[in-house]
Design a protein around this ligand. Sequence first.
Ligand SMILES: O=C(O)CCC(=O)C(=O)O
Ligand SMILES: [Fe+2]
Length: 354
Amino acid sequence: MGVEIDQAFVQEPQHRPNLSIAKAQEIPLIDLSPITTTNPSPSAIEALVKQIGSACKEWGFFQVTNHGVPLSLRKNLDEASKKFFSQSLEEKKKVSRDETSPSGYYDTEHTKNVRDWKEVFDFLAKEPTIVPLTPHEFDDAIIHWTNKSPNYPPNFRGTLEKYIEEMEKLGYKLLELIAMSLGLEAKRFEEFFEDQTSFVRLNHYPPCPYPHLALGVGRHKDGGPLTILAQDDVGGLQVKLKHKTDQEQWVTVEPTPNAYIINVGDIMQVWSNDAYESVEHRVMVNSGKERFSIPYFMFPAHDTEVKPLEELTNENNPPKYRPYKWGKFFVHRTDSNFRKQNEENIQIHHFKIA
Ligand SMILES: O=C(O)CCC(=O)C(=O)O
Ligand SMILES: [Fe+2]
C-alpha cells in the first residue's frame, strides 16, 4: 500500500490542477528597454505605456525583459535560497516566524484553507516595518516587525537587501508606467510607499508525489498593488484567463530566462476602480522536480486608506469600493496564515459597493 497524502493538502475536486492543460496562449512579454536605456524617445515610452495598459486590462499579468535588474544579484539570491532550504528542518525552524513578527521561515501556509505544498522564507524590505497590532478596526495600537537573520548561508541578509533595493527601483518604474497608462501623473502612486510594508518571499516547492491532488500555492489573488516575481526554469505558475466562459481556463506561464513576471493585485483593482483587475493564479507542483520562486510584494504603508482614485471616478463611474485601511487588511491575512480557519479570508469584495 502506498503512503497516503495528508488530507490537509488535498484540493477540492473542482480546484485540482489539470495536468494535461493545453498551452493555448501566452501572457504578454514586454521589453522595458525604453525606460532602462539612456535618452529614450518619447514615442517609445508612449508605445510601452500602451502595451502595459493593455496587458493590465486583458491579463492582469505580463512578463518583462531588459528590466535593468543585474542578473548577478538574482543569481546570488537564487543560490542563497537553495542553500538555506537545503538545511535540516530543525535548522530552518531556528528562524521561524512567530506572532510578534511574521517574517522568517514557515511551511504551514494555507491558501483558502488547504495547505500549500511549499516552504517559504519572508524578509521585510524595511526594518522595522510598522503595522497595526491587531486587525480590529478601532484598535490604534501599532507594532514593529523585524527580520530574522539566518546564520547560513553567509551574508544572507546582505544578499536579500541588495536584491530588495533593485526590486524597489523596478517597482517604482512599473508603477509610473501603470499610472501613465491610466492617464494619471507618473508619480501618482509614490506617496503611498513612504513607510511601505513590502517584503520579499523565497518559495521552495519540494517534489510532490500527488501533483493531481495538491497545489504549491492554491488559487488566490495578491493583496497589494503590484508583485514582481522571479521563477526558475521548472514552471508551474498558472494564471486564470480573464474572459468569462462556462469553464475556468488556466494558462501556464512558461519560464522565460531572466524575465520577471509582473501582476497587478487587489489594491490596483481598487485604485483603478476595476479598470485593472487582480487576477487569480496558483502554482502546480510536480513529482520529479523541486521548484524555487521569489516574489517581491510591493505593499504600501499600513495607514494607507485604499479607495478608488478621484481622478478615475466621476458621476458616470462612481467609486465601486468603500475605503479600507491596508494595514488592517494585511494583518488580518497574516493572522489567518497561522491557522486553518472556518471562515473565508478577508477579500476586497467585502468592501464592494453593491
Ligand atoms: O511561485 C510562484 O510562481 C508564485 C507564487 C505566488 O503566487 C505567491 O507567492 O503569491
Ligand atoms: Fe501570488
